[in-house]
Ligand binder design. Structure first.
Ligand code: BEZ
Ligand code: FE
Length: 299
């Protein structure tokens, strides 16, 4: 790398000087974060050597990201999602316990409380085609079925929109449900089959995707947060098998282990859930790791 001198400022000694300016930071973690941030950002700038116009454009882009945010739209999270940063942070914090279900990103649409529902209810409130039964269990890594576990579910409709994206046509709570497992650790509900969908593209993140010829789609999935006493909460999705975009998720959140099993209802499932034998059934097994000590498992 060349060492450019601009007056008294050297492109390398400047980095040291800025890092030294944080020497008095009382909190150790803050100091380490600021030091690493300056080191990496300066390396990045030295590598790409932006023109003044490019820097202005970058500032304008980040300003537009901030301006797009409101109580139901978080463009910074979306930016972090499409850059793979959300998934990286998710993976770093996963501390996976063998046998437990993999976690994946929360996403921006878990922003309202899911309505409590009874086992077997539909989560569809608009009379869409209810052609999917979701049958699940919540278990521990030791293999015990967990009764009274809570299972929070949210999904988009069959056209790819969450309730919060269509407040005029979908009632709040459509496609959402908060369930409690039965004595055998089971939960089940009926729903419309969700669709793959584009993440919101009407903001600067959409502009970034189209400028880089990236598609905005997420493969078809249902979101779950499962919680049970003495276990780590699990935030995950179950993806529909065989759908589009499983190998090119716009937010990099697919794990092979999270692709669900789609079958058809047998007579037992039909009797339990009141659906016809042969109806489509998505099977979901959520396996929770034991809780860690010291409150490290808060959502
Ligand atoms: C979601 O699955 O709801 C989602 C995740 C990341 C970005 C946009 C949507
Ligand atoms: Fe989603």
């Amino acid at each position: 790398m060349t060492s450019t001198h601009t007056g008294e400022v050297d492109v390398h000694t400047l980095t040291d000087e800025v890092i030294r300016s944080f020497d008095g930071t009382p909190d150790r973690r803050t100091k380490d974060i600021m030091t690493a941030l300056v080191r990496h950002v300066h390396d990045f700038v030295r590598e790409i050597e932006p023109s003044l116009l490019e820097w202005e454009n970058a500032i304008e882009f980040l300003t537009a990201v901030g301006k797009k945010c409101d109580p139901v739209r978080q463009e910074f999270i979306l930016l972090s999602d499409v850059l793979g940063v959300s998934m990286l942070i998710e993976t770093i914090n996963d501390h996976h316990v063998p046998g437990s279900t993999d976690s994946t990103v929360l996403g921006p649409f878990h922003m309202t409380e899911s309505p409590s529902r009874e086992l077997g209810d539909t989560i569809d409130e608009v009379g869409g085609p209810q052609h999917l039964l979701v049958m699940g269990t919540v278990r521990s890594t030791a293999g015990d079925l967990l009764p009274h576990a809570t299972v929070d579910v949210w999904q988009c409709n069959d056209e790819g929109f969450y309730d919060v994206q269509q407040p005029d046509t979908q009632p709040a709570g459509n496609g959402r449900g908060l369930f409690s497992t039965d004595e055998q650790g089971r939960f089940w509900f009926r729903t419309v089959t969700p669709s793959h969908y584009p993440i919101p593209t009407d903001g600067p993140v959409g502009t970034l995707l189209s400028a880089t010829h990236r598609h905005p789609y997420r493969p078809t999935h249902i979101h779950f947060i499962a919680q049970a006493g003495h276990h780590r909460p699990l935030t995950t999705h179950i993806f529909m098998p065989g759908g589009l975009y499983l190998d090119s998720d716009a937010v990099f959140a697919v794990k092979q282990s999270l692709i669900g099993e789609l079958g058809t209802a047998d007579s037992g499932q039909s009797a339990l859930a009141g659906v016809e034998v042969g109806s489509p059934v998505l099977t979901v097994d959520l396996v929770l790791a034991p809780a860690r000590s010291g409150g490290a498992d808060a959502l």
